[in-house]
Design a protein around this ligand. Sequence first.
Ligand SMILES: C[S@@+](CC[C@H](N)C(=O)[O-])C[C@H]1O[C@@H](n2cnc3c(N)ncnc32)[C@H](O)[C@@H]1O
Length: 284
Amino acid sequence: MASQAQHPHLPLPDYFSKFASNYVRQTGNSTLNILADVITENVQTSAHPVRPDSVVHDTAAGPGIGAAALVACLPKDQLPKEMLVSDNVAMMVSAARESLVASPLPHVDCKELDSQDLSSVPNNYFTHSINNFSIFTFVRPADAVRETYRTLRLGGLAVVTCWRRFAPMFIVHAAQKKIRPDLPLMPTPSPEFYEEGVLQKVVEESGFAKDNITMIDKVLLVADDENIAGLTMLISGPMIIKAREGYTEEEEARWVESVRQSVKEEVEQFGGIRFEAYVLLATK
Ligand SMILES: C[S@@+](CC[C@H](N)C(=O)[O-])C[C@H]1O[C@@H](n2cnc3c(N)ncnc32)[C@H](O)[C@@H]1O
């Protein structure tokens, strides 16, 4: 049975159910593009590349981002023989199933599972485990890492990513400050994960040996119009309604313009919308 408990600092009840249908567009492909870069630059060049005999889990996968990244990066005849795509939100699992229906992956299962309790999965099962930009949304992140460790084979590779700079939150805060600087800024779930060292510490304390962990930093500049438009839509729209708590109707009406201006300032400052990520690779 999948746990439905969501992190208390997500902006809406059922946040990820509401996000499922437009997730890829409204993340500006950021999680997909960073993971694709990690697979190409770091996983496939490591001693543990994904190969045709691999068995891969993408946990807290959203609408199948790990599978999409593998398909984007690997030639068809190098795709893993088996893939489990799981998430604890039914709408995300359905979106993953739909997006992967015609995928060239030889065998992919999409299942509703709680990353923090994978008791239906045997020990030592996967050769690779992906946990992409989800750890800060877990109520019990250490339990999720313990489950990743338990279900990974000896010599298997885990990829865990989290944000160092989650650009949309900076834009939300800039837009809030333009309208009601006196009100509290919208909270972010588990902000400690943005701090250097926290991801490694959680992973080390949850089973992986320090010597088997490698950290890499990644930067993604989102500069194309389509992805900027998707991110702007996310920040302007109902998913971020919490940022407007306490607003009058007149203040609400200024939100879209304030976001547009804040996006413009971000792009002027960095040459695009700037995401920074911590990437952790760990072997068992
Ligand atoms: C920010 S999204 C990341 C999705 C995807 N991995 C990606 O790369 O874009 C976080 C995901 O974690 C899922 N999630 C949160 N808590 C979970 C849990 N306890 N078990 C499984 N999935 C969970 C959410 O439903 C959501 O799909």
